[in-house]
Ligand binder design. Sequence first.
Ligand code: AMP
Length: 589
Amino acid sequence: MKHETARPSVIPSVHGFSPGFAALGLEARLLATLDQLGYEEPTPIQREAIPPLLAGKDVLGQAATGTGKTAAFALPLLQRLAQGAKAQPASLILVPTRELAVQVGDAVKRYGKELRTSVLTLYGGQAMEPQLHALKRGVDVVVATPGRALDHIRRQSLKLSQVRVVVLDEADEMLDMGFADDLDAILEQTPAVKQTALFSATMPARIKSIAQRHLNHPVEITIAKEPVKVGTAPRVQQTAYIVARPYRGAALVRVLDMAGPKSALVFCRTRVEVDDVTALLNGRGYRAEALHGGMSQPQRDRVLQAFRVGQTNLLVATDVAARGLDIPHVSHVINFDLPSSAEIYVHRIGRTGRAGREGAAMTVLDPREERLLRSIERLTNAKVTVAPVPLAADLLAKRLERTRAAVQEAMQTEDLGGFRGVVEAMAASHDPITIAAAAMKLVFRAQGGDRVEEDIPALPVRRPGFNQTMRTMPRPSSRTGDRDRAEPSRLSKRPPGRPDRERPNAGMVRVYVGTGHQAGIRPGDLVGAITNEAKVHSKVLGDIEILDRFSLIEVPEAMAPTIIDRLGRARIKGHRVPVRLFREERDIR
Ligand code: AMP
């Protein structure tokens, strides 16, 4: 394995490299990029997967979103491409959804910035022309959903004969979406000699069979199979709030505002996040200080001292910076993102609930990380309650309650001498309750209670064991490939073209989309369009039925207006189609 030493000319001088990443054999330009991104050390999957991938081996990795698996395959891929001759494209990364294609494409671009690697993201619903243009110009890495990749292969605009590295990301989800045949068809187009990596959150037999067919003596990596030793379990109440990525900051502030902690630790993954979150919290009136690996020892000492004496009430830290530090007991630990492993989670929450005292651990996470949360729960034998982010009205009620408690305490502990006279004098001509209410209002306002708050869009909590199902109606010429087998066979006898279920699930409504089998629509097209256009996560969607001329998508009632509005203005497979609430009688005829 090649192990390059850092070249001083490209090293940013401030922080220096993380020995953790350098020890894995990554080259200087990638190390510089990771440093700029504020990554302090590799996550477990990165530690395991990067060396064999750099050595050119195939890898079969079991890892969920949130473990850092994108960098685990992207960094070695970028380094190997940079070392070899340019081919167009030299690498293909397949992902199940548009949303993920965009996310992975952005990540690969970010990691490959210094290497000047060109990355193209291809997914359905995008206009074809720009894609064709970009493919003609040539790119190093293509990130694509299987459907769109196959479209391009058929048009001969995507040629895979020079591909050296193939990645199948979230392979289980691709199979769940019925892409098994497409994957085989795509992989057939790639050279026999190449490197292949397959990542999947679960390893059912179907994944093993794909691995057997397409991977060559893969190194198998499973992260976090062993339960984590928790020691004497701290009495920590653990809560998780699942919010879409853009609302993470707002959710963090809401959770903090509700908890009103005297002192709390907020954990982030990267130095950059630590700085951003610190600025956000200071802007909201907290006294927050950053603690990360990019700081000098005297700086860290000063920050810790300020926290100890109560000059600051929030410490925002990376795991590396907090490790080994004698941080005093805190009542709350807040994870601004789930950590990448169960070990780190346990380490973080161990900062509260010490010495028999009660503590609270709260985690704000992305819907895609719910699987990782469940695995952490399992490995630590802990119960993490998923709760909705408190509403603006909840916060208002909490603030009123705080004002009431402050006034009540003052009644018992303060010397009210002079004030009593003032109230008595006022009471001669005013109602005493009105006087008290006005005084309370002033206290409330002085405490910032009248600050206007907005609700954070909710994602419905998934019921345990609840699995989203995707169904399509059988087509007359239905193939009996994996795509069809992947779909639950709960299809009842019904008149042709009629949906097979009379009622949506509780809390859900059905949205009518005026396109179906005849236009070649597949579940992925609809899921992709919704996640992309309405910025709604695919997990919140219920059953999907595709009929000849229209499709029905079950969505949470509260989200239906937004979804209908956005989807109605979007293009599905290049066309505008009618979208509305499904009204059984009218639509079936
Ligand atoms: P992934 O599991 O690939 O979706 O990554 C989850 C998140 O972790 C992304 O936001 C990455 O930017 C971040 N991340 C990945 N690796 C590291 C690392 N070594 N240190 C800090 N953050 C990381």
